[in-house]
Design a binder for this molecule. Sequence first.
Ligand code: ADP
Length: 153
Amino acid sequence: MKRIAVFPGSFDPFTLGHESIVRRALDLFDEVIVAVGKNSTKANMFSIEQRSAWIEEVFKVEHRVKVEWYEGLTIAYCKSKNARYILRGLRTSADFGFERGIAQVNKAMDTSIETIFILALPEHSAISSTIIRDIIKNGGNVAQFVPIAVNFK
Ligand code: ADP
């Protein structure tokens, strides 16, 4: 059976940290679906179309990476895609505390789905979409933190 992992997130915007997690996950899985969350309660800086288009551009020659939108429960979305793995990145112990709760509750709801964590590379540990958005709002240059395909011009 094909090993499919879903990498869910807001990706507002997609960063070098996110890219690294997806590329490293390709060693473990046959296919990685980057699932861009349509979260109506979260005020996003970039539209879901824009966020997805950037990610598609980053992986345009990597056919094992798919980019999709989703809403609702991540485990329900995984089921609909025949994905048995949820992929998440960990930067800090704060990430771990938050992610542990979600992963344990997801496991309780559906024992067939496993959450797999990949540690951020040290050079990506400080990169977050929130910080990137703040820099952009204040007119700074974020080129060193995002893939080349993610350009704000
Ligand atoms: P969410 O709103 O679900 O937290 P994000 O887009 O912020 O969505 O993050 C998606 C996933 O990527 C999360 O698992 C997060 O921990 C991980 N992540 C975010 N930034 C980095 C980074 N710099 N390095 C590695 N993983 C990261």
